[in-house]
Design a protein around this ligand. Structure first.
Ligand code: F6P
Ligand code: MN
Length: 326
């Protein structure tokens, strides 16, 4: 089986981009190791504690952030990083040609239950003549690469550099990501959806109607039964969608009027949208393609409806029948 770097070279990827992706995989291997150590590595827990020496015992999402940030900023091709765990961007090499946005440990509430978590990343070109956070405010269609690492029963890297979407599995015996699925394609139809049902009373009328019709099953207007799954880590739910199809949504809701969306555009929605669309699926906010949204803030949130093409289109049809709530 082929290793990660030779497959990127075979795609005629720029050496600078290969170096950035190599750095991400190095950080991911270290994060995977710490996760597998679990409680023995002393990195679990949801509070910041002090050990007997007065040192801070860090939560794993903080450790993952530090590892990615330190390694990426050492890479000469990285100009700056933006992370879920950092208020502002962090600038590295002045000559760097790439910007990396990442969620170091997506689904981190799963850490304490030994559930699925992952690292999501987006690689953008550094725009000319712009400095500071504004550099990152590019629509997702500008991404030159996107991917995630899923820390599950096996550690997997799922990656696109603009061509096909590939899945690699970490072979612990040689410490390398090996190509295990060369071309991911999402089936256009599905009978599986993923949504946090506990928010039902806060959804828009369109989402209410859409999910009600799915739940009505064979006897309802869709005339087929649907199954539901919810991993509570976007990385896990999107991995299922890429593996066997499905619809995943974290939609607009009216719980907190000043925070109507949950997922972040730059380092969650955009990289997942690139993977899903390169695998023949659709990624929208219910109305428009996610990758056409012009960001205004590095931590901006967005509604997400992604997955099997025909199912996402069905969901969008319900939305088109009602006034947009945002
Ligand atoms: O990063 C946000 C996130 O953890 C996603 O990974 C996941 O899809 C979602 O939040 C889970 O949200 P909830 O806790 O509402 O189920
Ligand atoms: Mn996340």
């Amino acid at each position: 089986m082929k290793r990660l770097i030779p497959t990127l070279r075979a795609d005629a990827c720029e050496e600078s981009l290969i170096s950035v992706l190599n750095t991400v995989q190095t950080a991911a291997k270290e994060i995977a190791f710490r996760l597998h150590q679990g409680a023995m590595a002393g990195v679990l827990g949801s509070t910041l504690d002090e050990n007997i020496q007065g040192e801070t015992q860090k939560k794993l999402d903080v450790v993952a952030n530090q590892l990615l940030k330190d390694l990426l900023l050492e890479c000469q091709y990285v100009h700056a990083v933006a992370s879920e765990e950092e208020d502002s961007i962090v600038v590295g090499d002045q000559r760097g040609e790439y910007l990396i946005a990442f969620d170091p440990l997506d689904g981190s509430s799963n850490i304490d239950i030994n559930g699925l978590v992952g690292t999501i990343f987006s690689v953008l070109p550094r725009p000319a003549g712009i400095e500071g956070e504004e550099m990152f405010l590019q629509p997702g269609k500008n991404q030159v690469a996107a991917g995630y690492v899923l820390y599950g029963p096996s550690t997997m890297l799922v990656l696109t550099t603009g061509q096909s979407v590939r899945m690699y599995t970490l072979d612990q015996t040689v410490g390398e990501f090996l190509l295990t699925k060369p071309e991911v394609k999402i089936p256009h139809q599905t009978q599986e959806f993923a949504i946090n049902m506990s928010n039902k009373r806060h959804w828009s009328t369109a989402m209410h109607e859409y999910i009600s019709d799915l739940l009505a099953g064979k006897e309802g207007p869709r005339e087929k039964n649907f199954n539901m799954r919810w991993i509570a880590a976007m990385v896990g739910d999107v991995h299922r969608v890429l593996s066997r199809g499905g619809l995943f949504t974290y939609p607009w809701d009216k719980r907190k009027p000043n925070k109507p969306f949950k997922l972040r555009l730059l380092y969650e929605a955009n990289p997942m949208a690139m993977l899903v669309e390169k695998a023949d699926g659709l990624a929208t906010d219910g109305y428009d393609p996610i990758m056409t949204i012009q960001p205004t803030d590095i931590h901006q949130r967005v509604g997400v409806v992604l997955g099997s093409k025909e199912e996402v289109e069905s969901c969008m049809a319900y939305h088109a029948n009602h006034p947009k709530p945002f």
